[in-house]
Design a protein around this ligand. Structure first.
Ligand code: HEM
Ligand SMILES: *[C@@H]1O[C@H](CO)[C@@H](O)[C@H](O)[C@H]1NC(C)=O
Ligand SMILES: *[C@@H]1O[C@H](CO)[C@@H](O)[C@H](O)[C@H]1NC(C)=O
Ligand SMILES: CC(=O)N[C@H]1CO[C@H](CO)[C@@H](O)[C@@H]1O
Length: 321
């Protein structure tokens, strides 16, 4: 068999296996088939319309779904507003750059008009992130639905998000604790094919990096100069995470090979021998990256999902019922 056939065969086996794994979960692909059959086209239309106006919001939706899932499971907790008695996840100072809340609100409103009290905010966010990937040129894939919304959203929980200062050893450990393989960590990091980061997330690489280097030695020197120029405009000045910030492609992995990963955590995937092999494979084969990404996204979307009595269908995504 030629290599491309081998890849296709492996993909087929993976698809069959993931079907088996899904069987044990309460979620299902056709969860809303009877109760709200139009939920997917509604979300897709709202997302497509919003992204046609501002394509940079695709990154916002994808990152929001990630943060939702990593804290307390995919339960819409990232959407909850603070109240006078509770400071919510979204008001964590370091994570203020989440964007796209209005897209979720708009979809939720249209869905409530069609089928009130049926579709969770967590599912809407998961669908919106999936649609944002496709809108930007990424893979199209089906995701299981049926998540319930959680009632807890606390600023202190955001400590469980990975920091951009982590190296691959630490990332492997953290993602491993959520059940992800090393390959899934690299595939999920490929989400940084979309969007941008602020200087505050990468300036530690540009001066007093460690005891022997002023600047991170894994950085391409011209790229480091561009980063410094950005940071001369302040901590909130931002730069794209890869050269094609609005298109979902494998340019991120090619950038890592040239020492042009913006975050220390990104470049560290190429510095580590075990993950470098995977970075190289994704850089050379975009179809393989897409396939591993969509699989890892399905798994991420299943993190600690709440079943029936553990959660609710929030009527307004901003507050618990
Ligand atoms: C591997 C560990 C990860 C670390 C350390 C990390 C860290 C970060 C940081 C620091 C930023 C920039 C925030 C800012 O400066 O405003 C960022 C942006 C982003 N992250 Fe991650 N992230 C990780 C994994 C992920 C995953 C798994 C996803 C989604 C599946 C994701 C999606 C995004 C997106 C799309 C952006 C751009 C946001 C925008 O432009 O609005 N990240 N990430
Ligand atoms: C990764 O970071 C940890 C914790 O900061 C450190 O102990 C370890 O030596 C680092 N590993 C590498 C390969 O740099
Ligand atoms: C950066 O943006 C945040 C949120 O918009 C704001 O609170 C902060 O003051 C800004 N910092 C600087 C240095 O401009
Ligand atoms: C990724 C990131 O910046 N996470 C931070 C979110 O906010 C909390 C609290 O300020 C920090 O501890 C995390 O490191």
């Amino acid at each position: 068999m030629v290599p491309s056939q081998v890849v296709k065969l492996l993909m087929l086996i993976e698809v069959l296996m993931s079907g088996v794994r899904l069987g044990v979960d309460a979620l299902s692909m056709n969860y809303y088939a009877l109760s709200c059959p139009l939920v997917e086209p509604i979300v897709k239309n709202v997302v497509n319309q919003a992204l046609s106006q501002d394509p940079t919001l695709a990154a916002g939706l994808l990152r929001m779904h990630f943060h939702d899932c990593f804290i307390q499971g995919c339960d819409g907790s990232v959407l909850i507003d603070s109240t006078k008695d509770n400071t919510a996840e979204k008001d964590s100072p370091a994570n203020l750059s989440l964007r796209g809340y209005e897209i979720i609100d708009q979809a939720k409103q249209m869905i409530e008009n069609q089928c009130p009290g049926v579709v969770s905010c967590a599912d809407i966010l998961a669908l919106a992130a999936r649609d944002a990937v496709f809108f930007s040129g990424g893979p199209v894939y089906d995701i299981p639905k049926g998540r319930k919304d959680g009632r807890r959203s606390k600023i202190e929980d955001t400590i469980n998000l990975p920091a951009p200062t982590l190296n691959t050893t630490a990332l492997v450990k953290m993602f491993g604790q959520h059940g992800f393989s090393v390959r899934e960590l690299v595939a999920l990091s490929g989400a940084h094919t979309l969007g941008a980061a602020r200087c505050s997330s990468f300036k530690h690489r540009l001066s007093h990096f460690d005891s022997t280097h002023d600047v991170d030695p894994n950085l391409d020197s011209n790229f480091a100069k561009t980063m410094s120029r950005t940071c001369s405009q302040g901590d909130n000045a931002s730069m794209p995470l890869d050269p094609t910030r609005n298109s979902f492609d494998n340019a991120y992995f090619n950038a890592l090979r040239r020492g042009m990963g913006l975050l220390f955590s990104d470049q560290s995937l190429f510095a580590d021998r075990q993950t470098r092999r995977i970075v190289n494979a994704f850089a050379m084969n975009q179809a393989m990256f897409f396939f591993n990404f969509q699989q890892a996204m399905v798994n991420m979307g299943l993190l600690d999902v709440k079943e029936d009595d553990e959660g609710e269908i929030r009527l307004d995504c901003h507050s618990v019922n």
